[in-house]
Design a protein around this ligand. Structure first.
Ligand code: 48H
Length: 263
């Protein structure tokens, strides 16, 4: 039954499909080369991306899921209150996330609010995203410098082997960032090739782990910066459990490292 009165612009299916395909292709074409390519769109990757893109650099985040934010939506234990220890509440303030101080130096915010503000900050800074895209391998150049990543569509991985022989594609960049959390996928790929060593994250000890992560955030291999939980996995540092201050500050520290390398 036709509508009595048309409210929406007279645009049909063909134009909608072409808009998606053309705009996606235009962006993908442009971001085949970037200044900084971050693998993983969790809190550390988003913070790093926002910090680098804010300085006018071309930043792409590759994320295997269809959503961004990683573990930041939930605080822990399937409960969506996120905690940070001081001074990380200053970042929540910068992002415009409301929070309460529940005891001296311990701050709590709503996960969805904190996560969506952080995603918005990355988008506002100009970060672009390739989601449903999974890291597969590194591109190596002279002296084994990491010069890009090899990626595929995430669903390809889920296909049975006989029909999943879909070759991946490569994206070149000036700096790669491993922000893949506990998996530390990029560092582990270098380890597979005998170029790095990971130790696996250690047992929980919040009062040590967060400082250690910030201390170890930085270039782990020429062309590769490691941030967030991937730092713990790389260097065998204790885990911190359901608190996110080190993820935010590690992303911020990682952005400074990337910017200094891009100089
Ligand atoms: C593309 C990938 C791939 C891949 C993974 O897990 P995250 O939230 O990571 P961080 O380091 O920013 O934050 C960690 C925090 O959420 C956490 O879990 C804490 C603090 N735990 C403490 C503890 O003691 O356990 O995000 C990583 C992102 C996710 O979105 C993944 O989907 C994505 O990386 N990712 N993307 N290709 N191969 N692997």
């Amino acid at each position: 039954m036709p509508a009595k009165k048309k409210i929406f612009a007279p645009v049909g299916e063909t134009e909608i499909t072409r808009a998606i395909v053309d705009e996606f292709t235009k962006q993908f074409h442009e971001y085949v080369e970037s200044d900084c390519l971050i693998v993983g769109g969790g809190p550390s990757g988003l913070m790093l991306g926002a910090g680098v893109a804010k300085e006018g650099k071309k930043v792409l985040i590759v994320e295997r899921n269809n959503y961004l934010g990683g573990g930041f939506w939930l605080g822990g234990y399937l409960m969506n209150k996120v905690t940070v220890r001081g001074p990380a509440q200053e970042i929540l303030s910068e992002l415009g996330v409301p929070f309460d101080e529940v005891s001296q130096g311990l701050y709590v915010a709503d996960g969805p609010h904190a996560c969506s503000k952080l995603i918005a900050a990355a988008c506002d800074a100009g970060v672009k995203f390739a989601n449903m895209t999974i890291f597969d391998d590194v591109v190596l150049r002279e002296n084994n410098r990491v010069a890009g990543v090899v990626v595929n569509w995430t669903p390809v991985q889920a296909l049975p082997r006989q029909i999943s022989c879909v070759d991946p594609v490569a994206l070149e960049t000036k700096m790669v960032v491993d922000a893949t959390g506990h998996d530390a996928c990029v560092v582990k790929k270098l380890e597979e090739r005998g170029l790095a060593k990971t130790s696996g994250f250690g047992a929980m000890w919040v009062e040590q782990s967060e400082d250690l992560i910030i201390e170890h955030t930085g270039e782990a291999h020429p062309g590769l910066v490691v941030v967030g939980m991937a730092v713990s996995t790389t260097y065998g540092l204790p885990r911190m459990g359901p608190t996110f201050g080190a993820m935010l500050l590690s992303g911020k520290r990682g952005a400074e490292t990337v910017l200094s390398k891009l100089e």
